[in-house]
Design a protein around this ligand. Structure first.
Ligand code: FES
Length: 68
């Protein structure tokens, strides 16, 4: 779905930016252009960014876990 109408940014693009290494909303903004015009999408975009980062961190922790 479109999150940012001004820049035409979707939730998939935000998740892709995080998957490719963005670790803050500022980095997602830099990569996608999201929330760089009117800013009305910022709350939703930040929430999606946060969820994506948490998901990436959880996956990274799973990779570090060893079977006991
Ligand atoms: S809707 Fe995202 S900057 Fe306007």
């Amino acid at each position: 779905m479109y999150v940012c109408i001004c820049k035409g940014v979707t939730d998939h693009q935000i998740r892709d930016a995080v998957e490719e290494g963005a670790r803050s909303f500022r980095e997602v903004q830099r990569e996608t252009g999201c929330s760089t015009q009117c800013g009305k999408c910022a709350c939703v975009a930040k929430q999606i960014t946060r969820e994506a980062i948490v998901g990436q961190m959880a996956a990274a922790v799973d990779d570090l876990a060893y079977a006991v």
